[in-house]
Design a protein around this ligand. Structure first.
Ligand code: URA
Length: 425
């Protein structure tokens, strides 16, 4: 006999009642062990989405997800640890330059990353475009690299918050991804179990993010900051704009190439701005007194990148894969670019083969979109707005349709927007 009946837990939340600690502990554990069926957890997730949870319930749900698996012990690492998590956006390659930069400033960065699904890319897919680079590390190798190099970007092992792995896959197909209590507990259970001492959250807001509105993003950020602090992790969140893709490159190898430009001291202004803003927050949270702009300019971050890539079997000097086919989108008339809509560009890159529709699908490393303009740029008829890259020419028409709808040309430039919209500590 189990302690509870799943249907009673579902009914309680359906009717807007608070779940008890014991109910939460039981349902998360029983679901992870296969004793609560997927259809029951789907109903509960939908009830949570519609009815919400109070801070106490969210904290307990997060603790139950952490308890479903192992907790990494980073106490053998002598440098202060600091990590960053982004809720996901288009062209968001910030982890790539940020991790070696913060390591070069003296921190140890344990970046456990994921793969892309849908219109947002995954850090592991991007790095796998580097010949030889391996995403998986044993716990021992992970700790050694964290100590020696200070920078690790690798796949989260199956032992970390297994309840989340199972629940996230279920939410993905039941329309329940958007529930703030479930997003916050999903992200924070993994980050707390990973053992980082400091954490900076990059909560994306806008058309290309799953939080479209500033108020909802603020609520998500505050919920996560509170969960982190209550668990002893120094946590800060930045709310950042995701109406326009970050940088000019959207895809896998193209995003690695753009990150290398940043590490070499160049790169797009928005990517550099956000990399430095997040680096400053990570260093402050880890209590390291260093100037990331100066460290970036010195070339030390590039040295740290090369060591990080080599440590995982990659060749930092290898030529990156290029796509077999390219197509350009040209301006039909003169004017000012008023919008480069992130969601449409993300979908175009996905259609070109840079992303996957199902988690088992392979990705094309060379595929993606290379923007040539950003909002505010003046164009003449016939100017190239963007370049589509793919290994499969039959993918071009659908991608071109998405990309053409995403770039809007008007008469008056857009009002400039800030990249960092708010900070929650
Ligand atoms: N990323 C996660 O890890 N979990 C969510 O629920 C949403 C985004």
């Amino acid at each position: 006999m189990s302690e509870f009946a799943a249907v009673d837990v579902i009914r309680a939340k359906r009717d807007g009642r608070r779940l008890s600690d014991a109910q939460i502990d039981w349902v998360v554990d029983a679901y992870t062990r296969g004793m609560v069926a997927d259809e029951q957890m789907s109903a509960l997730a939908m009830a949570i989405l519609l009815r919400g949870m109070d801070p106490g319930e969210i904290a307990r749900w997060t603790a139950a997800m952490i308890a479903s698996g192992e907790r990494l012990d980073l106490s053998s690492v002598t440098r202060p640890t600091a990590d960053k998590h982004s809720t996901g956006g288009v062209g968001d390659k910030i982890t790539l330059p940020l991790t070696p930069l913060v390591a070069a400033c003296g921190a140890a960065v344990p970046q456990l990353s994921g793969r892309g699904l849908g219109h947002t890319g995954g850090t592991l897919d991007k790095l796998e475009s580097i010949p030889g680079w391996r995403p998986t590390l044993s716990n021992d190798a992970f700790l050694r690299q964290l100590q020696d190099v200070g920078a690790v970007i690798c796949a989260a092992g199956a032992g970390l918050a297994p309840a989340d792995r199972k629940l996230y896959a279920l939410r993905d197909v039941t329309g329940t991804v958007e529930a703030i209590p479930l997003i916050a507990s999903s992200i924070m259970s993994k980050k707390i179990a990973e053992g980082t001492g400091a954490l900076v959250l990059d909560v994306k807001v806008g058309a290309g993010a799953f939080m479209k509105e500033l108020d909802a993003a603020r609520e998500l950020a505050s919920t996560m900051v509170r969960l982190g602090k209550d668990s002893g992790v120094e946590t800060v969140a930045l709310l950042t704009d995701m109406n326009t893709p970050l940088g000019f490159a959207v895809g896998n190898a193209v995003e690695v190439a753009e990150s290398l430009e940043v590490l070499a001291g160049g790169g797009p202004a928005d990517v550099v701005e956000l990399t430095l803003a997040l680096a400053r927050e990570m260093l402050a949270a880890a209590r390291i007194d260093a100037d990331p702009a100066q460290v970036l300019a010195s070339g030390a971050a590039m040295d740290s990148w090369r060591r990080m890539i080599r440590a995982q079997g990659g060749d930092p000097d290898a030529t990156l894969p290029a796509a077999a086919e390219t197509e350009v989108l040209r301006a039909s008339g003169a004017g000012v670019v008023t919008e480069v809509e992130a969601y449409g560009i993300g979908v175009a890159a996905w259609r070109l083969g840079a992303g996957r529709a199902r988690k088992e699908d392979p990705v094309s490393f060379g595929a993606g979109v290379q923007l040539k303009v950003k909002p505010g740029d003046r164009v003449n008829a016939g100017d190239v707005l963007l370049e589509l890259r793919t290994d499969d020419a039959s993918r071009i028409p659908a991608a071109l349709a998405e990309a053409s709808a995403a770039v809007v040309i008007g008469e008056k430039g857009p009002t400039p927007t800030k990249l960092v919209l708010d900070r929650i500590a």
